[in-house]
Design a protein around this ligand. Sequence first.
Ligand SMILES: [Zn+2]
Length: 301
Amino acid sequence: MKWIIALLLAPLGLYTGCEEGAPAPFDGEGAWQYLVQQCDFGPRPPRSPGHEKTVRLIAEVLQNAGAKVTLQRFEVDDPYGDDPLPVINVIGSFDPEKTRRVILAAHYDTRPWADQEEDESLHTQPIIGANDGASGVAVLLQLAKMFSLRTPREIGVDLVFFDAEDYGKEGDPEHYLIGSQYFAANLKGYRPECGILLDMVGAKDAAIRQEGYSLEMARMLCLELFGRAAQMQLPVFVAERNQAYYDDHVPLLRAGIPMVDLIGLPYPWWHTLEDTPDKCSDETLRQVGTLLADFIYRYSW
Ligand SMILES: [Zn+2]
């Protein structure tokens, strides 16, 4: 009997609202194209032409996917220059009317200084940031396309692209995470239930382990994600404790939002001129995107 009713209702489209799960497997190749496209823009620190092009790309993809796009613009004193530093967080909200919300985030700026190069004369050069910058954005943009195909049922998703994560100089932690600190200080009643941060999620043969702050301050979510990754046989995720990293999730954790940082460190080309697309792989992006799509579409938090 049930299937007869289904047959009768299907042509009316009444069943579309009952669909569950992701509309298709996560497309790692599609995410890879976004990674390459960002790297083709060149280095992407604040004030650079590559930065401007990345903001435009993100806003365009979000808009085309049907998200409400907000540019959160502000200025801070530039600790390393005379003029104020312009900063732009880009936010894409899906189903803004829903009250239950989840935040997925990544930083899109790249480091202006290759200060992990052995040769000190290279320390003033900006990095390409294929892994450190482009990879997280690439996964989120591909997810945006998925959300445009099928709306996650339980929750509204906010994709947040932080600026100026990597602007600080070594030994000067205050000037890192500029975008996320501002975002967390201006929540104005916005209370997502939880969040996931992506940073350096594109390396070939990456091992993403349980980041220290995430494991301590968002333990349930962290264990849930790694447990699910094991069930889904996504070997990029390794259920071992990693050290704590001062990353964009910290201001949000401090604001009381459980947020897990999926971060592929150590990475041998971190903050060097060698952080280029040839060190990355579409397979790693696919596994990360697969975990996030599963999390969002099966949301039962
Ligand atoms: Zn970095």
